[in-house]
Structure formats: C-alpha cells, structure tokens
Design a binder for this molecule. Sequence first.
Ligand code: IMP
Length: 182
Amino acid sequence: MSNSTLVHPDIVKVLLSEEALLARIRELGAQITRDYAGRKLLVVGVLKGSLIVMADLLRAIGPGVDVHVDFVAVSSYAGAASTGTVRILLDLRESPEGRDVLIVEDIVDTGLTLTALTETLRAHKPASIEVCTLLDKTDCRQTPFSPKYTGFKIPNEFVVGFGLDYEERYRQLPYIGILRVS
Ligand code: IMP
C-alpha cells in the first residue's frame, strides 16, 4: 500500500474507494461525451472542492466534444441566514453567453449554492446549463434541485477527501471518507 492510500486516522469509514470513484467518473464522462457529441462545451469547475473530480472528468470526456475549461469560486452561504444567493469570489474568464455550460461540483447538500450559482450564470444567457456533481446528499435538500449528472447519492454524513475538505484539510485523500466527529 502506498502512502497516499493509507487510511487517515481521522476517517471512520471509507465510503467510496478511489477505484469506485474513477469508474463512476469514467461513466459520467462517457455519458457527457454522448450528450454533447459534436458540440462545444464550457466545463466550469466550482473551486476548490471540484478540483480532483474536474481533473478526472475532463480526461473522461472524449475528443468528440470541443471542451473549454473555466473555474468559479463562490462564498459559502451562512447556514440559516442564507439568502439563497452566492457571492462570486472568482468569476468566469470565458463568457457563458450562447454557450453550452456544464457546472462541475463536488457535492450537493442543501442545493442552495448550486441553485443560486445556476441562476447567476443563467443571467448571462447560456444556450444551456447543466450540473454534474460527484456526490449528492439528497436527504438534505432545502430547495428542489436535481443535477443532470450525479456520481453517487450518499447518506447525510460529513465526508472529506477527493477534493472535499473540513477547514481546508483532507482534500488530498484519494477516497471519500466519513470524518470522525470528535
Ligand atoms: P449546499 O449549498 O448545501 O448544497 O452546499 C454545498 C457545499 O457545502 C459544497 O460545495 C461543500 O463545500 C459543502 N459541503 C456540504 N456537505 C459537505 C460534506 O459532507 N463535506 C464537505 N463539504 C460539504
């Protein structure tokens, strides 16, 4: 076992192994390749959580799609005080106007972030806008939001790894694990 695959002591359970994650991301890439065949696609990663899934998903999209890549960073909403709007900390460099846009996110929880982000981007009049999320905690929704592409539906547990963090830690873990609550 290499150093990177040793299970971190703060992880109580590995929910999704690297092999399972990569296999599912390849399936999503194949589906996206079929859906957008012969088209241009602006793939927008939501920083920082999407960084690992973006790297793997992009490599799983075939050459039949003309892919452009961009990133946004948004401020997280403040729990119950949420207004359902997001503050864009880093904006797109490419204009989404008239483009097919695919937002890539690490996890959908309440759905508030992606609802607000898709609405914000919709104001720029893209030709289409869809969401691909690696993980979905469907039990936690506070707004009716369903991504077109979902890697895995997971239970309401706080998970880290594969780009997801707790206070900026654990992003490098190559699996999705349930964090020990101390
Ligand atoms: P939503 O607006 O509640 O859907 O928020 C989604 C965001 O909350 C994600 O982009 C993550 O930053 C964060 N988040 C929600 N659940 C988890 C988790 O289990 N682990 C790490 N981050 C999470």
